[in-house]
Design a protein around this ligand. Structure first.
Ligand SMILES: [Zn+2]
Length: 325
């Protein structure tokens, strides 16, 4: 295969660039395989030939054919790589995310297909664990949406009688000032829920800034802990949680503005999405896109895993997937 051109830098360039299926394949081959050298997914042979009329490879050892999509989040998808690439470019770079309705309109697929694509892309946005946060770290919790009437009765009762924000979901976040954020959907905001996460993800001896929530009491044993009481003031010198507040406002703008409503069991995927964009905010759109592309290999999210349903093919017509996004 010939050398592909550079990675597109803007959405306009991306749309033009990916409109050619061969260019798409060449670029993605370069991103997923070392030196763009295709490898047979069955026998790992590099002794392969590209069938340019079919846009497939043939393994010259085991004689089987394979597509660029095998072993990635695109596997088994009938949607062309051109559309996948444009959707990935959009989602990697739109600050507030992009809804399935917008993606559907932009790349001309059904809303339901776009919804499924977006969730697969979010699966590739899941960040592995990286080094512990250190230095100056802000911790905070926030409540997200939650319409009690959409919840299962038993769950609704448990939520309403439980501690915290009645019918809302709780998200916990920790951000190293000037660095990365770590977020998670937590069942409650008790000491028992929050402190083990803090100890796992923040280097002992770091400075921790939090609000006056009692659940943070006792952190001073392992950390330098400074508290800002939001009932009194928002900042006192460097004692504040402004970086965390900024992240929450980005998250909520995406969730409330772009995504309308989110099922609680999908919430972690939106957190992954916003977290990745935030953590990679210092790099260019093109680099963020490339990084996302390099994450699609070895991940696979099926319709059934996503919806918790059996035997509901993604093209089988009406089901409740469209009820949320
Ligand atoms: Zn083979």
């Amino acid at each position: 295969m010939s050398e592909p051109q550079a990675v597109p830098q803007t959405l306009m360039e991306a749309i033009r660039y990916f409109s050619d299926p061969l260019t798409c394949i060449q670029l993605f081959a370069r991103l997923r395989w070392t030196n763009g050298q295709a490898e047979c997914p069955r026998c790992q042979a590099k002794h392969v030939s590209f069938l340019s009329t079919r846009l497939l490879w043939k393994c010259l050892d085991c004689k089987k054919q394979f597509s660029i999509k095998v072993g990635t989040i695109f596997e088994d998808s009938a949607i062309g790589l051109d559309k996948w690439m444009c959707a990935m470019f959009l989602i990697a770079n739109c600050k507030n995310g992009a809804s399935s309705y917008e993606i559907a309109r932009d790349i001309k697929v059904t809303q339901k297909s776009a919804w499924f694509m977006l969730h697969r892309i979010r699966d590739a946005m899941r960040t592995g664990t990286f080094a512990k946060l250190s230095g100056e770290v802000e911790v905070d919790e926030t409540f997200i949406g939650g319409k009690a009437r959409n919840m299962h009765k038993a769950k609704r009762e448990a939520k309403i009688t439980g501690t915290g924000g009645a019918d809302k979901e709780i998200v916990f976040g920790m951000v190293e000032r000037g660095g990365k954020v770590v977020t998670g959907h937590v069942p409650a905001r008790t000491k028992k829920d929050l402190q083990p996460i803090i100890k796992e993800r923040i280097e002992a001896g770091s400075a921790i800034f939090s609000d006056a929530l009692k659940s943070y009491d006792g952190l001073a044993n392992e950390y330098r802990h400074a508290v800002i009481d939001h009932a009194v003031e928002y900042a006192n010198g460097n004692v504040h949680t402004n970086a965390m507040e900024n992240f929450w406002s980005l998250l909520k703008r995406g969730l409330h503005g772009t995504y309308i409503s989110v099922e609680p069991f999908h919430l972690f995927r939106y957190l992954d999405e916003q977290t990745l964009r935030y953590n990679e905010r210092h790099i260019t759109d093109a680099d963020r896109f490339v990084q996302l592309c390099s994450n699609v290999v070895g991940r696979r999210l099926t319709w059934n895993q996503l919806t918790g349903k059996n035997d509901v093919g993604r093209d089988s017509g009406a089901d409740s997937a469209a009820d949320s996004l």
